[in-house]
Design a protein around this ligand. Structure first.
Ligand SMILES: Cc1cc2nc3c(=O)[nH]c(=O)nc-3n(C[C@H](O)[C@H](O)[C@H](O)COP(=O)(O)OP(=O)(O)OC[C@H]3O[C@@H](n4cnc5c(N)ncnc54)[C@H](O)[C@@H]3O)c2cc1C
Length: 534
């Protein structure tokens, strides 16, 4: 079992503490250059953390002989499964204080292995934390507390095959541990694609997407992974179950809906039949600049209502546009993209541009229908988007507090919500650190009735106090969201970090029903304790 899983067809090493591949991390000189962008950061980067320096104790439990071949106690592997990939996780690793290191890491290869591991853990009071790619940004894959005798991280990535493709119904049965690129590589030979591309695509799994109701790259329409699910197979401590494959069904509450977004607290999603698509042959994109952010919001609202279905409709405020290189003159930028396997999309792009121009937008010559993006602001935004998590970790090494959070609200609240977050979160961040803070915003997904604003906070921290500072900033952000009745998360999930906000958001009878489901399916309360429901 390797400590640092490699990407498909590559021997590159995954970082145990930070985002992605170690060879893509900013070096010390780049970290210093990044730090210079934020007044008050450290003069030199914090050293890259080493597993050898961590307080990794002996495992508190030994697996039975029959399961020993699935389990490792290797310190490198255990460290890589201790936390997710939020800023909070990265800075804790950098400061030598990661979350609790799991006692054991298991990599099952089929449903039987999972059932046996759950049986054993249930009988011994061992907590089981399902682990896909480990890209959670909400404390979803770490254990907090001490109510269990030991902790087992259940890594699903050995179950990564596309098992069947039904070209007639255009769907496939896929094991849940497949990372994005592994899954797409297997579908390519059939000329098909799932086309679910979260920013974390490279290092997250189908099971993780389903368990967190992840949001992909589609800005409108099928924004969440839920929309692609035909049926699910789940192994719970109370037994396994598979829903029927159906294109749609009105037969009572949906069994799939119980497990979509269940974040590993009710059972392990082991495979799913997923709706596929043909690869797009027609693509077109363009960007439009706006002098006024409020007008840009109006333009996006108009586009979202017109049945144009852009695949990309990201509105970047001036700070986001500057950071990604999409604009340098204080403009907000709307990045528009259309795609289709069936018919040219130039007409839809032209209609969206007309609407943007009618609301004061400038530029955005429609690119010819084809594969190339054509527009430099669009290309700049795309490369910055993929590089951003690496840069965040570089800034963390400079002692900065840099993190994102996201939400969704109806259009009537969106403009005031964005203003309130900028003002109140910015003020808490500056007061907590004594340094100027930036709070930037982009819209990642848009709907006819509302939008999903996504915020990035950046401020120089105070040495060794970064976690507390971030927790204070996050608490202020959650307060604003609650006041505006905006969701605690549009797609990042609840995990442990969003529990207080989630508890306030969900109706009481729903909490009762969820608790009853937990009692029935996980009677020993071993699955991901602390997440979603107690
Ligand atoms: C840089 C970065 C960018 C991101 N971009 C996006 C984005 O664009 N869209 C988005 O939605 N999210 C995004 N995320 C968040 C994260 O990638 C998603 O939540 C993703 O769905 C998690 O998938 P994973 O395989 O890494 O799951 P993990 O992080 O391993 O697990 C997430 C949760 O699901 C549970 N779980 C995992 N697998 C299973 C399973 N098979 N059965 C039951 N429970 C399971 C875990 O216990 C945990 O609670 C981003 C994160 C980072 C760090």
């Amino acid at each position: 079992m390797s400590a640092s899983p490699s990407g498909p067809g590559t021997s590159r090493t995954r970082s145990w503490w930070g985002w992605g591949y170690t060879d893509a991390h900013p070096d010390d000189a780049e970290c210093v250059a990044l730090g210079a962008l934020l007044p008050g950061t450290l003069p030199r980067p914090l050293p890259v953390p080493r597993v050898a320096d961590l307080p990794i104790g002996r495992p508190g439990v030994t697996p039975p002989t029959a399961l020993a071949h699935l389990v490792t106690t290797d310190p490198d592997v255990r460290a890589a499964h201790a936390m997710g990939k939020a800023y909070r996780d990265v800075i804790r690793a950098l400061r030598g204080r990661p979350g609790r290191i799991p006692d054991l890491v298991a990599r099952p290869t089929d449903d039987r292995d999972i059932a046996d591991l759950l049986d054993w853990a249930g009988g011994r009071g061992v907590a089981v934390i399902p682990f896909g790619g480990g890209s959670s940004v909400v404390g979803g894959v770490e254990y907090r507390g001490d109510a269990h005798r030991a902790v087992l991280s259940l890594d699903l990535t050995s179950m990564d095959r596309v098992l069947e493709v039904d070209t007639v119904s255009r769907s496939a049965r896929i094991q849940s541990g497949a990372l994005g690129p592994v899954l797409e590589a297997q579908l390519r030979s059939h000329g098909l694609t799932l086309r679910h591309f979260p920013q974390s695509f490279e290092f997250s799994t189908l099971g993780g997407w389903l368990a967190t109701r992840a949001g992909g790259h589609y800005a409108t329409g099928r924004t969440h992974i839920d929309d692609f699910v035909q049926s699910l197979s789940v192994v719970t401590p109370a037994g396994p179950g598979t829903s029927w494959r159906l294109p749609a069904s009105g037969a009572g509450p949906s069994p799939d809906r119980l497990f979509l977004g269940s974040e590993g607290v009710l059972g392990i999603i082991t495979e799913a039949w997923m709706r596929l698509q043909e690869r797009p042959r027609h693509k077109a994109s363009a960007s439009v600049a706006f002098a006024d952010f409020q007008q840009a919001l109006e333009a996006v609202r108009a586009i979202a209502r017109c049945d144009l279905s852009p695949a990309n409709c990201r509105l970047l405020d001036p700070g986001e546009a500057l950071l990604s290189g999409a604009s340098h003159d204080g403009s907000s930028v709307l990045v528009l993209g259309f795609e289709s396997a069936a018919s040219p999309v130039g007409g839809r792009l032209a209609s969206a541009l007309d609407l943007a121009h009618a609301h004061g937008g400038r530029g955005g010559t429609p690119a010819a229908d084809g594969d190339a993006p054509g527009d430099t602001a669009v290309s700049a935004w795309r490369s910055a988007f993929l590089r951003m998590p690496y840069l965040r970790d570089g800034l963390a090494r400079m002692g900065a507090v840099v993190e994102t959070f996201e939400t969704a609200a109806t259009w009537d609240r969106v403009p005031a919500l964005i203003d309130a977050v900028r003002t109140e979160v910015g003020s808490v961040a500056s007061k907590a650190t004594g340094h100027p803070a930036t709070v930037n915003c982009r819209l990642t997904h848009v709907y006819p009735d509302g939008a999903a604003p996504y915020f990035t906070v950046a401020v120089a921290g105070r040495p060794d106090d970064e976690v507390r500072i971030w927790d204070d900033i996050k608490a202020a952000a959650s307060d604003v969201l609650h006041r505006y009745r905006a969701t605690i998360t549009h797609h990042h999930a609840v995990g442990r970090d969003h529990r207080p906000g989630y508890d306030l958001q969900r109706p009481d009878p729903f909490a009762l029903a969820l608790r009853a489901a937990k009692d029935a399916l996980d009677p020993h309360r071993i699955l991901n304790p602390g997440v979603l429901i107690d």
